[in-house]
Design a protein around this ligand. Structure first.
Ligand code: RIB
Ligand code: CA
Length: 324
């Protein structure tokens, strides 16, 4: 069976890290590259978090540095809004990884930046590359802008964690990744590249159970250990500050690419609101197309099978154990 060839673009981040451990331990998946972007924390954290994590779990995949800032917005203002409005301590801890400090990688970042790594991998995979984006879409948008031929079949699909058909987790109407860079989201959604939106509609239902967390604590591989520490950080925050719990936002985006039946989708028109005073960052989903104004451009995930997600993640962690 032909392997699924993927590139992950992450703002590592606690839930990004769990998704990366699973991606590195999924059978029939070839993780071609990981590109990094600022989001949960500045790039000076998210990039080394990613490189150190991949080496800590024994994965030699190329890791590239990407955008330090969104196309237009100011990250620090967005993150202040999260903390202020949500009344939460920073969801991902001081360093983006819940304060977890990993051994420093012995090698460095890939010489190409994220944009050129995406282009290099898309060409190398001859149109079979699937991109899984778990942070702001800045790198993907910049790659499409710099290399417009990426829109002509060089990228098979973009599965992104972001947006919400209803509600938001940063403002009342905007999800964090899209609020950071709505201009990037617009470029990606208008590109014509097949997209799957794994938004809050499903990720806020993808809460990992305490029973699962307790099982993970019994494992000993480096991958399982870092996942367990992150899950414990998430549970501790939930118990002391409320708000986000063990929500697998990014893990579900990966699962939606690898085991698509984990979510059920509708093909709808989606675009990012970039100009609204109160609504910038909102993901407009045209459920009502009675005037026929909107041509569907995205598979929007609306239901999730959490049991299937946990089973997939458990299989990945057991595979990580078997590599010890
Ligand atoms: O809104 C949730 C998303 O924002 C997740 O990708 C999380 O890692 C943060 O980047
Ligand atoms: Ca993320």
């Amino acid at each position: 069976m032909k392997k699924l060839r993927i590139l992950m673009d992450c703002d590592t981040g606690t839930d990004d890290a769990i998704a990366l451990v699973c991606a590195a331990n999924t059978p029939n998946v070839e993780l071609r590259a990981v590109t990094t972007v600022a989001g949960n924390a500045d790039l000076c954290f998210t990039a080394p978090n990613t490189l150190n994590l991949m080496r800590y779990i024994g994965c030699p995949v190329k890791v590239s540095k990407g955008a330090e800032t969104p196309i237009k917005r100011v990250l620090s203002e967005i993150r202040e809004k999260v903390d202020e409005e949500a009344g939460q301590i920073d969801t991902h801890g001081d360093n983006g990884l819940g304060g977890i400090v990993l051994p420093e990688a012995k090698d460095g970042f890939y010489p190409l930046d994220a944009v050129d790594t995406i282009y290099e991998e898309a060409k190398a995979c001859g149109g079979e590359l699937v991109i899984i984006a778990t942070g702001p879409l800045t790198n993907i948008a910049n790659a499409i802008t710099k290399h417009p031929e990426l829109k002509d079949g060089l990228i098979k699909k973009i599965v992104f964690m972001g947006g919400a058909a209803k509600g938001g987790n940063t403002t009342a109407v905007a999800e964090f990744n899209w609020l950071c860079d709505p201009e990037a989201a617009h470029i990606v959604l208008m590109s014509g590249i097949p997209c799957v939106m794994v938004g809050l509609d499903v990720t806020e239902k993808a809460e990992i159970s305490d029973e699962f967390c307790d099982r993970v604590r019994t494992l000993r591989s480096n991958g399982a250990k870092v996942c367990s520490e992150i899950l414990e950080f998430m549970r501790a925050r939930r118990d002391t500050h409320g708000g986000e719990s063990t929500l697998m936002h990014d893990g579900l985006a990966l699962a939606a690419a690898v085991i698509p039946d984990v979510v059920s989708c509708r093909h709808l028109f989606v675009d990012a609101e970039c100009d609204g005073k109160y609504t910038f960052g909102h993901s407009f989903v045209a459920f009502d197309n009675r005037l026929g104004d909107f041509t569907p451009n995205c598979d929007v995930a609306l239901e999730v099978n959490v049991k299937m997600l946990e089973e997939y993640m458990w299989d990945c962690l057991i595979r990580s154990e078997e590599k010890r």
